[in-house]
Write a protein that binds this ligand. Structure first.
Ligand code: KIV
Length: 317
């Protein structure tokens, strides 16, 4: 539990949810503002996914993402989150070369990034690493099926586990991760019948993405759910909004109003006359003042005026 008194979602909460057949919701976030919104909406787990390589950095896959980049985004998300469990992805080559690499880098995500668990791609081959991390006290979420870090070995982003041999291997992988002490496992891009079988076979929660309705929970990339990329329309994504259109429309309106001198109007500017009600400094200058910047950091035009509430009330980390 954090200092605000809001009970945190923990590995125990999630185990209980599986036992009680309550579905787990998980979404990605990469910054404090999105983290705050999805947390306030009541999501159970926020994943700082290495998908940030694609949706934030614009790369074609997740392979270029570095540990330092993951730590930067994890720290931002941890600052914006009160209730949800924050999970950080182990990026490509942060754990594949040796157990020692994996331990050191998982430790960095917890210590420097402020996450409460790490996620790593791979099955039985990574059970030993998972077990070592769990013994150290770092909860581990597994990730099997379509594992984007193995993109080149898979020959593309392809559904996995359609053949009997592949399905058997994935079931064994899930069992190996469970035995290693993982508290949950992501099942990505596999037939729903196989996901149902794995979910019934293991005691830890399964979180599906492109794996059907029978998983214990679901995860989506927040930008996909919000419809931020009009070109990206995979079968497993349901769009709950069309922000690409809405953001462009808002920005076009802003540009028009700037060009027509409709913005800023009187309501959005300061005057040399005394304000009828307290004027606000910008949230950014308020944040600096709250962090110890003092009155000198405030908008000079609003000196002596009350600050508007901060989006993040206390700098926590
Ligand atoms: O990187 C990511 O966002 C993920 C999820 C899609 C499961 O691994």
């Amino acid at each position: 539990m954090k200092s605000t008194g809001i009970p945190k979602v923990t590995v125990h909460t999630l185990a209980k949810m599986k036992a009680e057949h309550r579905k787990i919701s998980m979404l990605t976030a990469y910054d404090a503002s999105f983290a705050r919104l999805v947390d306030q909406a009541g999501v159970d787990i926020i994943l700082v996914g290495d998908s940030l390589g694609m949706v934030v950095q614009g790369a074609g896959n997740t392979l270029p993402v570095t540990m330092d980049e993951m730590i930067y985004h994890c720290r931002s998300v941890a600052r914006g989150t009160e209730r949800a469990q924050v999970v950080g992805d182990m990026p490509f080559m942060s754990y594949q070369a040796s157990i020692e690499d994996g331990i050191r880098n998982a430790g960095r995500l917890v210590k420097e990034g402020g996450v409460e668990a790490v996620k790593l791609e791979g099955g039985a081959d990574y059970a030993e690493l998972a077990s070592r991390l769990v013994k150290i006290g770092i909860p581990v979420m597994g990730h099997i099926g379509l594992t984007p870090q193995s993109l080149h070995a898979m020959g593309g982003f392809k559904v996995q586990g359609r053949s009997a041999t592949q399905a058997k291997k994935l079931l064994e992988d899930a069992r190996a991760l469970e035995q290693a002490g993982c508290y949950a496992v992501v099942l990505e891009g596999i037939p729903r019948e196989l996901a149902e079988q794995i979910t019934a076979a293991i005691s830890i929660p399964t979180i599906g993405i492109g794996a059907g309705v029978h998983c214990d929970g679901q995860v989506l990339v927040i930008y996909d759910l919000l419809g931020m990329n009009e070109e990206f329309r995979p079968k497993f994504v349901k769009r709950y909004d069309n922000l690409a259109v809405r953001i462009r429309t808002a920005v076009e309106q802003y540009i028009t109003e700037v060009r027509n001198e409709q913005f800023p109007d009187e309501e959005h500017s300061f005057s040399k006359d005394a304000p009828a009600r307290p004027e606000a400094a910008t949230p950014y200058s308020s944040a600096r003042a709250a962090a110890g910047g003092g009155a000198g950091e405030r908008d000079p035009d609003a000196s002596g005026a009350a600050c508007i509430p901060l989006p993040f009330p206390r700098p926590k980390k």
